[in-house]
Design a protein around this ligand. Sequence first.
Ligand code: GLN
Length: 222
Amino acid sequence: MSRIGVLALQGDVREHLHTLGALGAEAVPVKTPQELARVEGLIIPGGESTVIDKLSRMYGVADALKARIADGFPVYGSCAGMIMLANTIADPTTNLMGEPQQSFGGIDMVVRRNAFGRQVDSFEVDMQVRGLESVSSQDPDEPTKPVRAVFIRAPWVESIGTSVEALATIPAANTPMNADGVQVDRIVAVRSGNLLATSFHPEVTGERRIHELFIHMIRGEA
Ligand code: GLN
């Protein structure tokens, strides 16, 4: 059985622990470098990336996690967690000292925070996500069953490097207009080696296949 951590500094930690537990994984909250050393993979939950950034540096877990990511440690980030895995944040918030927020990095991508608008612009949509074919809770009678994706002040991925695979794209009709008054498709799920990130929150809808894919990645089966 895999022992998987959920970074428990801020955000919807409990929902991720619950989804992992429902899949038979041993799921534990992680706050410190010592706790991080004892897990085989880590989920960074949705929440507020500026707070996760600050607290992770305060708890001394940020540097330990960056080192593990560089060694190929499996990490899945949802929403704020996706922002924390981006090498580049397009519009980082700066604190009172003028310092921009930091991410752990690991995925060669540029992510834009709050890209779909404010809290009131949150929405849900059914979406195809690639890479779920092999997970066992996939319905055999409906192998391409869409994922119910919940977007809450969500980021999108503006660009990806060649090492990154786009797993899901939200159609232009669901995206706000850009500065030129045009709606364009946006990437909302990616995988890069052992790192997985989604703009949306599968942990709040009872959707388990994204977490199952992550467990397969930890076991080296996907
Ligand atoms: N907008 C948040 C951030 O920048 C992310 C929102 C979420 O995780 N639901 O961290």
